[in-house]
Design a protein. Structure first.
Length: 324
């Protein structure tokens, strides 16, 4: 099958349906909901057939698509925060006083990979207050701690090893991991948020997979929240070629044997050819928008505020300003 150079379960589902020319995927249930300008797609992988088809572990993947985020309107930001907070709450099946560890994955020295650390810097962290000044804790606030462990190239330590050590010492009931993701479509960069209850494998979407963070590796449930900030260049080029061929066939007529030959070339073969052209000089190339610094600032605030609201039932969006 055509390589799934994406972290999004929604896109893996699209790739499978396209490659197999079918409307359903065995072992997978998908439902879609529209809330004003936000489209919510829930992909549920229920068995081994679904795992094999999509290349992802069994569990639920919730994708929020918000194209209007690019307009930077405050009303859209606030609506996204509210909807994302509700989706996170649905996945947190814990008592209100259960402690939670939030982990910001990624390299803060690389803008496109700095989403996790940026989110952590805007979180309402409270665990130390429960220990040092419990009388100051307001009603509806739970113990939350946070960590930005960096990446292997900065620390010389596998990220999963750092997090496992902290989990063993702190003993949270849940880990929420935030990371930058890879998409196969440029229009989904910065306008799509994925939440999964299966954990996360950092770097998987760009071919640099590290040791995964999951219940199996950490001993506690792991919720992963991510936003695509890069696109695999070879995948994007392959999709672009297909779109150009379709457009040319539409304009010149489907009787053109030359375009039909191009259309019928196997997608794996086209992808391999594009990689062969790109790799000698550029390696495993991924691309990101030039406005990525603004994108990371905006989306990190949205995710941080959503997590704050979801974790502390006594906190609302209007309350958050006093904590910053």
């Amino acid at each position: 099958m055509f390589q799934k150079r994406t972290d999004l379960a929604l896109e893996a589902h699209e790739i499978y349906r396209q490659s197999e020319s079918r409307t359903d995927v065995p072992g997978v249930i998908v439902d879609t909901e529209k809330l004003d300008n936000i489209t919510i797609t829930r992909v549920h992988i229920n068995d081994e057939r679904g795992e094999d088809a999509l290349g992802k572990p069994r569990g639920s993947y919730v994708t929020l698509e918000i194209p209007s985020l690019i307009h930077k309107e405050q009303a859209t930001f606030e609506h996204t925060i509210a909807v994302l907070a509700d989706e996170i709450k649905r996945l947190i099946k814990l008592d209100d006083d259960a402690s939670i560890l939030v982990v910001g994955l990624g390299n803060w020295q690389i803008t496109a990979d700095a989403l996790g650390p940026k989110v952590v810097s805007s979180l309402l962290v409270t665990r130390h207050m429960f220990e040092l000044m419990p009388e100051e804790i307001e009603q509806g606030v739970r113990p939350v701690c946070a960590l930005s462990p960096g990446v292997l190239g900065l620390t010389g330590i596998e990220t999963s090893e750092i997090i496992r050590g902290v989990v063993e010492k702190v003993k949270p009931k849940l880990v929420i991991a935030i990371d930058s993701l890879a998409s196969r479509k440029l229009e989904r960069v910065s306008t799509t948020i994925q939440i999964a209850d299966t954990g996360i494998t950092p770097g998987a979407g760009v071919g640099n997979a590290r040791r995964g963070l999951s219940y199996e590796t950490l001993g506690v449930p792991v919720i992963a929240i991510g936003v695509p900030t890069v696109v695999d260049a070879a995948t994007m080029a392959n999709d672009t070629i297909d779109l150009v061929i379709d457009k040319l066939m539409e304009q010149t007529g489907t009787d053109s044997s030359f375009y039909q030959i191009l259309k019928n070339i196997d997608r794996d073969d086209k992808y391999a050819l594009i990689q062969e052209v790109l790799n000698p000089s550029l390696g495993n190339l991924v691309v990101t928008p030039k406005e990525v610094d603004e994108i990371i600032e905006d989306i990190s605030e949205i995710i941080a505020n959503s997590i704050n609201i979801a974790l502390h039932k006594g906190i609302s969006l209007s309350d958050l300003n006093k904590y910053h």
